[in-house]
Design a protein around this ligand. Structure first.
Ligand code: ADP
Ligand code: ZN
Ligand code: ZN
Length: 670
């Protein structure tokens, strides 16, 4: 080795710092063996870390005497196929998250810790051919055929499709037919699904159609399984990967198509640490790989609808339910004269009786678990709150206790008011446990199945309940949004939405969109088979225009009116947001930190607006005060440049920061 030629390794490390780290190569290394994208072990502070080689440079800004030597090169080949590598780099830049964290985070943990990667074997893709499974494909209707033709035409090039089909319109059938074509071309398919809809039902349907190998990736599988799946996909030993959001980083040897089902679902956005949106990364990945991508939904996000309007996405619509099933009929019921403790208007109870008498099932939706959201003193108006969070504790009946739904703190029910000591306390308001109790009184002979986070905690509990629902006739299903998605309940003919109002008056500008999506998803559970469905919405605002548009004119009219509102208020998707959030035990410290950031933001003041700092909606969580600073710009480029400047200056600040802070790009909760 010629000692005069300098060789500096620029390495991405899993640390919070937004930069690469310079090292000298290991002493006894033949430089010809270095490849970009290899894992390298290096000394870092008092530890050793594994990083990824990003660049080989001739000079470093650090004096040579201070440069440390890397310890060991772990790979003779790049660990990432180039598309994953590009995707991670793009994501790191876009979300302003350290590239080392993104890259290392995309690896199975064994590889992150330095395990040897078995040499990749290229297979002749016999395993991928699509031998038909046991389940014969259905004859298609014209809209389905049209959608499938359009996607088939686009194989081998980047094109984004929005498959916009009402619930039960046969979107899954469109996916299956297109997948069949891709597999017969010897290629692989990635299907992203929301957390909650990765059900045995979904998987069974895929397995019944294809004999080709299918792997499932979600947060519940073991690290060993994850590693196996990662290697299998990379080597071309698997045809279809069905996974939740992090599956977007799966390497494939011959990816041919990406599908994102229920593209509007909030679970595609990671809500801590690296806050990426898997749908948006999926579109990016399709573009990097020159593939078509299909985003499917009955209630598309406003972002995707605007992309259709702007002709970036092609819309394929399935306007009718497949196989002759009809869409449900809606009825609105005024809740103003009904006691909030029962929660059920007499008209809803009568409708339930009618449907149950005809041996059908009824589903009630209430998005609040526990018995009652408030425990209240009638004497002095004291309310039981969480010690560590600024929220009320929820009264739970089974088991009997108070519970914080934010930090999971639990405590015994106080015998008397903690403030005046005088009166016994009253549970106020309605949760699923209380509704269950009421239903037992009205319908003593009917099985009642409550499905919420409390009844489905045990592994397998959810499936046992679904089993019960599918094998019995008459039943009342009662649940939170866990019930809303992905499942088919062919015997359900009546859906009751106990409280349709939650999204109408929220200060979060996305609340109405989310409410509309949720209501239609819940409503979509009704009458999916030969039996027509009825949906009853209980509301205290029967005259509310948004509710009217939603149920009389449908989601297209509803979303169009929301888009107009967003446009006139210059809110996303017509503008772009980023939120800095700072947490500290002292609210003032958190606020001061965000004031500093605001001052760092000197350039571009006219094109990037700041709002705040203000306390978060829940101002204190787990004892930490949380403040937020919102940045908004009409041009994404201006916002990105401004954030880059801020982060550079922030890292240059001396000393340790007194707060824990995060940056969220395109936040979905504001
Ligand atoms: P989505 O995914 O849009 O909710 P699915 O693909 O699950 O809809 O289809 C809903 C139901 O309609 C399923 O039971 C499916 O078997 C049936 N189905 C789909 N396409 C057809 C078709 N062309 N003819 C008859 N039935 C169909
Ligand atoms: Zn709490
Ligand atoms: Zn009191």
């Amino acid at each position: 080795m010629n000692r005069d030629i300098k060789c500096i390794l620029r390495i991405a490390l899993p640390t919070p710092l937004h930069r690469l780290f310079d090292y000298l190569p290991p002493q006894s290394l033949d430089l010809k063996e270095l490849v970009i994208g290899a894992r390298i072990r290096v000394p870092f502070q008092s530890r050793t870390l594994i990083g990824i080689l990003i660049e080989i440079a001739a000079i470093s800004s650090i004096p040579e005497k201070k440069l440390k030597r890397a310890l060991e090169v772990l790979d003779t080949n790049t660990i990432f196929p180039s598309d994953i590598y590009q995707l991670a780099q793009w994501a790191a830049e876009y979300y302003h998250y350290p590239v080392g964290e993104v890259l290392l985070g995309a690896l199975p943990s064994a590889l992150r810790k330095g395990d040897v990667l078995p040499p990749s074997v290229t297979h002749t893709n016999t395993a991928l051919t699509s031998a038909p499974g046991s389940d014969a494909p259905l004859p298609l209707n014209a809209a389905q055929q049209n959608a499938i033709d359009a996607i088939r035409m686009a194989l081998n090039q980047f094109q984004a499709f929005l498959l916009y089909g009402v619930t039960g319109s046969g979107k899954t059938e469109v996916y299956l037919r297109t997948i069949e074509t891709v597999l017969s071309n010897g290629k692989q398919v990635l299907v992203l699904v929301p957390e909650i809809s990765l059900t045995p039902q979904t998987i069974t349907r895929f397995r019944a159609r294809f004999q080709a190998p299918i792997l499932i990736l979600h947060s519940g599988i073991s690290e060993k399984e994850r590693m196996k799946a990662w290697i299998a996909a990379r080597n071309g030993d698997v045809s279809i990967v069905i996974g939740t959001r992090s599956a977007i980083f799966t390497p494939f040897s011959a990816l041919g198509l990406i599908i994102v089902d229920e593209e509007h679902d909030a679970s595609f956005k990671q809500q801590d640490r690296f806050r990426y949106h898997a749908r948006d990364l999926a579109v990016m990945r399709a573009s990097i790989n020159h593939l078509p991508i299909v985003l499917g939904s009955a209630t598309p996000s406003l972002e995707s609808l605007l992309n259709v309007q702007r002709k970036r996405y092609t819309c394929l619509s399935l306007p009718e339910r497949a196989g002759g099933a009809t869409l449900p009929r809606y009825h609105m019921l005024d809740l103003r004269r009904t006691s909030s403790e029962t929660g059920l208007s007499p008209a809803l109870i009568n409708a339930m009786r009618d449907h149950l008498e005809q041996d059908n099932q009824v589903m009630l939706f209430l998005n609040r678990r526990g018995f009652a959201p408030v425990l209240y003193c009638c004497q002095c108006a004291w309310v039981a709150g969480c010690k560590r969070c600024d929220v009320r504790m929820v009264y739970h009946h089974q088991p009997l206790r108070l519970q914080c739904h934010h930090c999971d703190a639990r405590k015994a029910i106080p015998e008397k008011c903690e403030q005046c000591g005088a009166a016994p306390l009253q549970p106020i308001g309605l949760g699923t446990q209380r509704l269950e109790q009421t239903l037992e009184k009205y319908f003593p002979d009917i099985p009642i199945l409550r499905i919420d986070r409390d009844t489905t905690r045990r592994r397998g509990a959810m499936n046992e309940m679904f089993e019960h629902i599918h094998t019995h006739s008459k039943a009342i299903l009662l649940g939170t949004q866990m019930l809303a998605k992905g499942h088919h309940f062919p015997r359900v003919t009546l859906v009751g939405i106990v409280d349709a109002d939650s999204g109408l008056f929220s200060i979060d500008f996305r609340a109405a969109e989310q409410m509309g999506q949720l209501l239609l998803q819940v409503a979509g559970r009704a009458g999916r088979a030969e039996k027509p469905g009825t949906v009853v919405l209980q509301t205290r605002h029967p005259e509310h225009p948004l509710l009217h548009t939603l149920i009389h004119d449908g989601y297209s009219a509803f979303s169009t009116s929301l888009l107009l509102e967003r446009e006139s208020a210059n809110l996303p998707p017509f503008s772009h947001l980023a939120v800095f959030c700072a947490e500290a035990y002292d609210a003032q410290v958190a606020k001061q930190f965000l004031e500093t950031i605001k001052q760092l933001h000197t350039a571009n003041t006219h094109s990037v607006m700041t709002l705040g700092p203000v306390p978060a909606l829940i101002a204190r969580r787990k004892g930490l005060h949380c403040q937020r600073l919102l940045l908004k710009a009409t041009q994404r480029g201006a916002l990105q440049q401004c954030l880059k400047n801020i982060l550079q200056k922030l890292e240059a600040l001396p000393g340790r920061l007194p707060v824990k802070w995060t940056l969220d790009i395109d936040p979905i909760e504001t």
